[in-house]
Design a binder for this molecule. Sequence first.
Ligand code: ZN
Length: 425
Amino acid sequence: MGTGAAEFDDSKIPHVALKLGLSYVETANDLVVFNVPGPRGNSRGDVAIDIELIAGLSAAIDRGAEMVKDYEGWVDPEIGFAEFELLRYGRSPLFYGHAQEKFEFDIRPCSHAHSASPPFEEYGDHIHPLVRVTSPDGQVCIEISRNGPFCPRRLPLETVLGMNRGSRSTSTLKVFMGGPMERFELERKSISLANSMIFELNARNRTACSLRPRVQESVRRSSASAMSYSVRFPRTSVPDSVAALFSSPHSPALRGNWTFSFLSYYQILEYYIPVVHRRDAVRSIRRLMRSLDFDVERDSSLVKVLNSVERSRGASEADQLRTLIEECVPEDKMRAFFEEGNAAHFSKKGPIAAVGAIHLNSGESLGSQVAKRVYALRNRIVHAKDDARYADAPVLLPGSVEAENLLPEIELMRLLAIEVIVDNR
Ligand SMILES: [Zn+2]
């Protein structure tokens, strides 16, 4: 499917780079060198991509190939083809070692021009594992093989800083359809076939892998709770369980498990909810009893106290969370957090569905807006079953595209947890 690199027009490279989110540096021998830009306009280092892959990608873009929205991958409607980055977990015999030759593959004659057949593909001095299966009617092939033009292998030229995504995959999953197909139809069908394939590879062949969700590159860590260079004798007393919850999002086993990290921070907030709620209730009763017209002999005065107690008893978890945040987290710290960045993430068009957007200039307090958003998100993560109360908020599963985009929420939760702990020390 590639245009040969020989007749490739170099002037098209910057356009291709733009699509890949890279900036073009130079062409050297058979490699094109790109710079990986960081979130603040800094550089994360340089990577090189085979010029033949860049030529193939350029040709595909010219004929209308498009990036897929939710996963790292592309569709090429004119030829009915899709390619996705594949994350492989563990060392499956399907991809490594001599056991590879024990596998049989469901291949049939098809209309595609495949360059190699399972279980290997040779190129230069290298061999690469190759898996391919064909549908019973010979129309559709699904293949796992070395990276093609849509997910070109990026060779780091130096330590590429902050990529923080493990090494980029060295295999991609490709879907070859019977012919041209409408773009969104192709996207939907190929993702669905990829997911079936991934499920059966895991269930039948003990080979675990997944598509790589697309993560918004603009996301960055907050400096609202900035790092200090002074190490001091501790003054914050922290209950043991809260200390354990606060460190668990950083445990290596859970790194990148954003839904779990979210819940760890949420549990810290939950720990303090009754304390702060009680404190708030006591304060409002004290205020009532200190008022000048309070008279312990009059029923109307006592009824006011009773009402206050009942209101406090009847407060929902969402209300209690709002009290906690409004009481313990200074509004200016939240404002600084939202002003600093990730505005798009917390806007109406952000990647997380069914949670309220944060408006800095609305009449509603930031504490109240944040509490609503956090509570809605918590419900989406916790309520795995379809519950009529959360009908408009589908469950948010670990590893999903939304889960992979939770980092700004985690930064927010960390800020809330720190402020709540410090306020209650
Ligand atoms: Zn085929």
